[in-house]
Structure formats: structure tokens, C-alpha cells
Design a protein around this ligand. Structure first.
Ligand SMILES: N[C@@H](CCC(=O)N[C@@H](CS)C(=O)NCC(=O)O)C(=O)O
Length: 210
């Protein structure tokens, strides 16, 4: 399988991590995102949405990290929840993550780290961070007294929600303020085979950004 990705993409990381933890053979295909690689006519032939990640498995081409995660768990029978009710709960958290957590972090981190300072729109970063405080509260409260987001085993819901939370670039997330999230991140990172995003995928920028 081929995963079109780049190291800085938390959405791609979710899929790279799921492929790795599910013991699938895959290779990363680097997309030079910050130089417009996801908007080129060639790339749009594989994803009309102009977004990373894209997974290609033989004749199957998939986009949207949630769809790719669902494909990986369906194909392998791993990381998908143990019952129909758990699988629905997994989906519920994937949708929540895409709407309330990862997208907001992705935008905030982009503004704070990858966009030149003189191009940052005033007031947007604090607004984003206040929305993120609400999202961190939801996740932290949910994780109080439980090890995993759904059921009693790791699922793609965990891999989706953690996608941006291991990155070193600042976006306003203080680990000490969210102890249940912090313990859960350590639990995910202790899974056999876990790797950091910058060890799984080629970065667009060098380490000077971190
Ligand atoms: N909901 C999508 C979001 C994908 C996404 O926003 N990817 C970013 C890179 S991390 C991207 O390619 N953005 C292109 C753009 O917004 O123009 C997913 O989960 O795959």
C-alpha cells in the first residue's frame, strides 16, 4: 500500500500509525505540501479535494483519514471495536475529532508555525485556542477513569484523536493542564510498534521548525 503523506500532517500520521500498528506493509509517498504539492493537477487526479492523506491499495484509492482508518480496521479486523455498538462509538469519535479537534489543531499549528508571522490574521489564533480548550475538556473528561476512548482496547478512535498531539511545534496544548489526555497519550505511545510522526513520514521542513 502507498500512503501519500508528509511528516507535518497529523491527518496522515493517524493513517501511518494505524497501518504500522495493524502490521500492514506500506510505504510513504512524500507530498511536498508547503510547495503546493496537494494542489497540483497530478495530485488532484488522485484526490479531487486536494488533501493529504491518500491511501492507495491496488485498485482502491481512499481519502479522508476517517475513511482510511475504517478501511484499515475493516481489512485487518484490528483496532475497530469489538461489537457493532463499539464500532458506532468509534465512528462518533472519528467525526468529533475531524470537526472539533484535529481540524482546529491543524489550523492553529499552521498559523503559529508554518505561516510567516506577518501573514497571521489577527485574533484568529486566540479564537481557535478557545475552541480547542473546549475540545480538550471534552476529551480529558471522557478519558477520566478509562484507558481508551472506546471500550477497553485501543481503536482507530484513539489513533484519530491523538494525531496532532505528539508534535513538538507549539499550538497551545499544555500537557500538564490535561492529565487524563497526557496519561492516555503515554499509553498510546507505549503500544508495541508505536512511532513518532517524524519517524514514520518524511518532513517537508527540517528540524529548525520544531
Ligand atoms: N478531514 C480530512 C482533512 C485532511 C486535511 O485537511 N489535510 C491537510 C493536510 S494535514 C490538507 O491536505 N489540506 C489542504 C488544504 O486545506 O488545502 C482528513 O481527515 O483527511
Amino acid at each position: 500500500m502507498k500512503l501519500y503523506c508528509f511528516g507535518e500532517s497529523g491527518n496522515a500520521y493517524k493513517c501511518a500509525l494505524a497501518l504500522t500498528l495493524a502490521d500492514l506493509e506500506w510505504e510513504p509517498v512524500f507530498v511536498d505540501f508547503f510547495k503546493g504539492g496537494a494542489r497540483s493537477p497530478e495530485f488532484k487526479k488522485i484526490n479531487e479535494m486536494g488533501e493529504v492523506p491518500v491511501l492507495v491499495d491496488g485498485d482502491t484509492t481512499l481519502t479522508q483519514s476517517g475513511v482510511i482508518l475504517d478501511y484499515i480496521s475493516s481489512k485487518t479486523g484490528k483496532l475497530g471495536g469489538r461489537s457493532a455498538a463499539e464500532r458506532r462509538e468509534v465512528l462518533r469519535w472519528l467525526f468529533w475529532d475531524n470537526h472539533k479537534l484535529s481540524t482546529q489543531i491543524g489550523t492553529t499549528r499552521f498559523l503559529m508555525n508554518f505561516l510567516p508571522a506577518d501573514k497571521r490574521p489577527e485574533g484568529v489564533i486566540p479564537f481557535q485556542q478557545s475552541r480547542l480548550t473546549a475540545a480538550y475538556t471534552v476529551l480529558n473528561d471522557h478519558l477520566a477513569g478509562r484507558n481508551w476512548i472506546v471500550g477497553d482496547a485501543p481503536t482507530i478512535a484513539d489513533l484519530s484523536c491523538c494525531g496532532y498531539l505528539y508534535y513538538p511545534e507549539p499550538f497551545g496544548f499544555d500537557h500538564t493542564a490535561w492529565p487524563h489526555i497526557d496519561r492516555w497519550l503515554n499509553r498510546v505511545a507505549a503500544l508495541p510498534g508505536w512511532q513518532h510522526p517524524y519517524d514514520l513520514m518524511q518532513r517537508a521542513f527540517g528540524s529548525e521548525v520544531a
